[in-house]
Design a binder for this molecule. Structure first.
Ligand code: SAH
Ligand code: DHB
Ligand code: MG
Length: 222
């Protein structure tokens, strides 16, 4: 009575609160057909991202880790006319599938998919003349979360929201002895957050179709 009920309740909630959507369904289908791993955020989590972005009136979003662009579509939908998303992806097939998904969803013009390792792309992004991002979603490789978070701080402004996915990992986050680089990345990130005066942060544990995991929410304060 753990995963089974989490899934059943998650399905019930998405039935209630997440209406069927052709673009999102097509994106998941095309991603599965192309053999992408099925690790996108869940429907309820996607809607949470959309609502968070909307609640701060975000106009610009930076996403690290595109996959097939399922979360990207949710985030793009939160934005007003003239809004835009920059999303970073290291794997060419993932970026290609995502671009096709955005085109199909008629969101191609507002989403800039950049192919490369995020740690190579972020310094370039920082040299571009652009306003700070209002919202950053960190969802790529977990061992580099501390570096991604440092870049997110450089690329945002007070009032921006930084969301980090997969920070609980079935509870393994509390294993101080682990040699798993992903968990170690999350733990280093938490050490960083503990000292970081520029953000106010909390982490919410989640259960659902994706198991037991969680998100960190960090608001840039100064
Ligand atoms: N945000 C997506 C899921 C992302 S899965 C969603 O919820 O729909 C993580 C993605 O990060 C994968 O596509 C993986 O290829 C990509 N990734 C992993 N390491 C990366 C890196 N160093 N730079 C950029 N992308 C990376
Ligand atoms: C997994 C889930 C994720 O949300 C992610 O970003 C990476 C991996 C997983 O379940 O393995
Ligand atoms: Mg994730």
């Amino acid at each position: 009575m753990t995963q089974k009920i989490w899934t059943a309740v998650d399905d019930y909630l998405s039935d209630m609160l997440v209406p069927p959507d052709r673009a999102l369904a097509a994106a998941l289908e095309a991603s599965a057909d192309a053999g992408l791993p099925e690790i996108a955020v869940s429907p309820n989590q996607g809607k949470l991202l959309m609502l968070l972005a909307r609640s701060i009136n975000a106009r610009s979003v930076l996403e690290i880790g595109t996959l097939g662009g399922y979360s990207t579509i949710w985030l793009a939908r939160a934005l007003p006319k003239g809004g835009h998303v920059v999303t970073l992806e290291a794997v060419p097939t993932h970026a290609e599938v995502a671009r096709a998904n955005f085109k199909r969803a008629r969101l191609g013009a507002m989403i800039d998919v950049r192919l490369g390792k995020a740690l190579d792309l972020l310094p370039k992004l920082a040299t571009e003349k652009r306003k700070p991002f209002d919202f950053v979603f960190i969802d790529a490789d977990k061992e580099n979360i501390p570096d991604y978070f440092a870049w997110a701080l450089k690329l945002t402004r007070p009032g921006s929201l930084i969301v980090v996915d997969n920070v609980i990992r079935g509870g393994r986050v509390i294993d101080a002895q682990t040699r798993d680089q992903n968990i170690r990345g999350v733990r280093r990130f938490n050490e960083m957050l503990k000292k970081e005066k520029r953000v106010s942060a909390t982490t919410i544990q989640t259960v659902g179709v994706k198991g037991y995991d969680g998100f960190t929410l960090a608001v840039v304060m100064k």
